[in-house]
Design a binder for this molecule. Structure first.
Ligand code: BMP
Length: 270
């Protein structure tokens, strides 16, 4: 099992990034390290699901470029739900261009992601300049950047030197790069870097009870919250279809919250 030396509450107190600190405080207060991936194309559907699952999650993850009827009113409503329920927002934009283009994509266009999203993420395949492109708005607005250090999909090339660069940049500057997207912790918890893992479902490939739904037909691969948190040391699990595609999303959210929080508490105790 992965060993934690600090609780998430202790890490909140020392977190050098304002968005990261708020997230760790929310996690500790609400006792949930579950992020919901709201991968739906209709804004009303996203908002109603967000309202239903908000009590059980710390973070709403969005892909705004799949929303057919996107508007700034949608953003305002999602923000209101998030504020009411003590939830933060993470636009999963995966910036991957040169720094200057990433800067424009983050701040401008019809989405204006920097204005409303507490966290966003970037690939480092184009080199460290992408971080400098995002830096200005992120520092001005107190946002957190997450770098993709590993991906959950089969055959991913986010490995080797790409992983190493992401880890190195986060370790060097946790005040800006508050986290990594990865299958598990790649730095000790004293590095002040939050790890978030997608590809998580109670029906993951290591599930002892559920009939394993190990993936989808597009290469996604799932592990259980227990494996991601206890065995691999991640902090936050990102769950989409196992909740939003369930017959009862609220029940599924509660089950994933409980499993993820128990796995975290056990990894602190051991
Ligand atoms: P689901 O739980 O329905 O498979 O959704 C996973 C979510 O996490 C998707 O929004 C996807 O874009 C994202 N994601 C992922 O699945 N694997 C990664 O390595 C990185 C991601 O951002």
């Amino acid at each position: 099992h992965h060993r934690r030396t600090l609780t998430l509450e202790q890490r909140a107190a020392r977190c050098p990034n304002p968005a990261g600190r708020r997230l760790l405080e929310i996690i500790s207060r609400k006792r949930t390290n579950l992020c919901i991936s709201l991968d739906m194309t209709d804004s009303a559907e996203i908002l109603s699901t967000a309202r239903l699952v908000a009590p059980y999650v710390c973070l709403f993850k969005t892909h705004v470029d799949i929303v057919a009827d996107f508007s700034q009113d949608f953003v305002a409503e999602l923000t209101a739900i998030a504020e009411e329920h003590d939830v933060l927002i993470f636009e999963d934009r995966k910036f991957a261009d040169i720094g200057n283009t990433a800067r424009l994509q983050y701040e401008a266009g019809m989405y204006r992601i920097a204005e409303w999203s507490h966290f966003t993420n970037a690939h480092v395949v184009s080199g460290p300049g992408v971080v400098d492109g995002l830096r200005g708005a992120a520092e001005r607005l107190g946002r957190g950047l997450l770098l993709l250090a590993e991906m959950s999909s089969a055959g991913s090339l986010v490995t080797g030197p790409v992983t190493e660069l992401a880890v190195e940049l986060a370790a060097r500057e946790p005040a800006l790069i508050t986290g990594l997207i990865a299958g598990g912790a790649l730095l000790p918890d004293t590095a002040d870097v939050i790890t978030m893992s997608p590809g998580v479902s109670l029906a993951g490939e290591d599930s002892p009870t559920a009939r394993p739904a190990a993936g989808d037909s597009f290469g996604q691969q799932y592990v259980t919250p227990r494996r991601a948190i206890m065995d691999r040391g991640t902090d936050v699990v990102i769950v989409g279809r196992a909740i939003i595609g369930a017959a009862d999303p609220v029940a599924a959210a509660k089950l994933h919250q409980t499993a993820a929080w128990q796995a975290y508490e056990q990894s602190v105790a051991h």
